[in-house]
Design a protein around this ligand. Structure first.
Ligand SMILES: [Mn+2]
Length: 471
């Protein structure tokens, strides 16, 4: 971890210099967060019920959790709605409600114009590309992009939500911001930027710890071969998504594959570690945990995966129960959802390793009308590339048919982004041609288009990516 106050030799001083510049940007973002805290404090003091609207993924659910916990701890009340997208009718509906304060988390930055019409105080805590509209005086907009901070890598929606409550003495909630960051895949080996500052807050608060460990999932719950096959981040090429290959490797190593990792003898653990490090060195590294948490939620990445499973199954109430501290029954239900979700993913990985992706010149795509595959398209597209089940030389679009529309989940890689690919831009530009909508980050984005437009849409995205690579 980088120490912000560190002095030392020339190299460290250089680093110190650029961190100082970062610190200025961070300070502006932090003070915007303080404005949000002030607004929240005012409405809690007035006994107003606060209206929260958040996104339905792990980041959005942790965002809601952070703000709701902060309000709860201060003795306030809230009403939460979780939505997949902030559509115009959602804003119209909540505008009819008579709340004094609305908080939009992990969404809203693209809709400042519409949110300006709300006749109440508004907080938008988001990290997606903001619209160019100026917010009205009653709207506090907490978004890293407004201060030159990269919202796709350095801070999540939960991070922006955390900054919105940070000044209410809430550093013990910092870990939840990192759950959101894991959900949005912002931890590539380590946290950078504002996420690093949030991490430091969590360590200071004393409930967040880092230690080095083998980063396979469900080490205490699942038989080892499943732990390995279910591990998506970091991906284990050849093993991720394949129960068969994982079992085979363990058999070859002479390690019992049917028991959990923690049940292995120490020497066996070392053998497994050494073998997996050969597949991907990143499989051994920093693990972020809240030791006081329930064992299955202790590891923040696994906590995030459980919220993700709830979100994908539209079990938002369940996810909110968990982030608000309910365990026992809610957690059992969530773990069952995760089991089903992992079975579905295994089916999806089997499908793509059998069929591969359809190739255009500059993009590749997956298309399915299968009920199970449709629901996991984005994940199998992304992990398919990172685990090398699919080629990772072109951005990939996962297309799922929903009645008359097609939902598009796009994924790129860091090297593609470095070569000029911006999927969010490409999808939003192309989708409007068909009366659809799209957007997101350079590396991961989505769109919704009419079913009839499928081929034309793919063709235009192919051209848009070509243009990005050549400009
Ligand atoms: Mn997010």
């Amino acid at each position: 971890m980088v120490n912000y106050q560190k002095d030392g030799d020339t190299i460290q001083q250089k680093q110190h210099f650029s961190l100082n510049r970062d610190n200025e940007k961070f300070d502006s973002l932090l003070s915007r967060g303080c404005e949000a805290s002030d607004m929240l404090k005012k409405h809690i003091a007035n006994d107003n019920i606060i209206r929260l609207i958040s996104h339905n993924d792990a980041d959005g659910l942790s965002s809601a959790g952070i703000i709701a916990n902060a309000i709860k701890e201060e003795g306030g009340q809230f009403h939460i709605t979780i939505v997949p997208r902030l559509k115009a009718d959602v804003i119209r509906d909540v505008a009819k409600e008579k709340y004094e304060l609305y908080v939009f988390s992990d969404m809203g930055s693209a809709c400042i114009k519409q949110l300006n019409s709300l006749k109440a105080d508004v907080i938008v805590a988001d990290h997606h590309q903001p619209s160019t509209h100026e917010p009205k005086d009653n709207l506090v907009h907490v978004n890293p992009h407004l201060f030159g901070v990269d919202g796709s890598r350095e801070i999540s929606g939960a991070g922006s939500s955390y900054l919105s409550v940070r000044d209410m003495d809430k550093k013990h909630l910092a870990y939840m911001a990192l759950i959101g960051a894991f959900g949005d895949m912002q931890c590539q080996n380590r946290f950078v930027g504002v996420n690093q500052l949030i991490l430091k807050d969590g360590q200071e608060a004393g409930n967040l710890e880092i230690h080095e460990d083998l980063k396979i999932v469900s080490k205490a719950q699942e038989p080892l071969f499943k732990s390995i096959a279910y591990t998506l981040n970091p991906p284990l090429p050849g093993l991720t998504g394949s129960l068969e290959n994982s079992q085979e490797l363990l058999e070859k190593m002479g390690v019992s594959y049917g028991i959990t990792f923690i049940e292995l003898e120490d020497e066996e653990k070392d053998v497994v570690k050494d073998e997996l490090v050969k597949v991907n060195p990143q499989i051994f590294g920093d693990v972020y945990s809240v030791p006081r948490e329930h064992p299955v939620l202790r590891n923040l990445e696994e906590y995030s995966a459980i919220l993700d499973a709830c979100g994908k199954n539209k079990e938002y109430g369940l996810a909110l129960s968990i982030v608000l501290g309910e365990r026992e029954e809610a957690l059992d239900k969530a773990l069952n959802l995760q089991k089903t979700y992992r079975n579905d993913l295994t089916k999806g990985f089997d499908w793509i390793s059998r069929e591969g992706a359809q190739q255009l010149n500059y993009i590749q795509y997956l298309y399915s009308e299968d009920k199970v595959l449709k629901s996991i398209m984005g994940t199998i597209a992304g992990v398919g590339m990172s685990a090398k089940i699919l080629n990772d030389d072109k951005p990939i679009l996962g297309l799922s048919r929903l009645h008359k529309d097609i939902k598009v989940s796009g994924r790129a890689t860091r090297p593609m982004v470095a070569r000029g690919v911006n999927l969010g831009k490409a999808l939003s530009e192309v989708a409007v041609n068909f009366g659809g909508q799209g957007g997101g980050h350079d590396i991961a984005a989505g769109a919704m288009i009419p079913y009839e437009a499928k081929d034309q849409f793919l063709h235009l995205v192919d051209q848009a990516i070509e243009a990005q690579l050549n400009s």
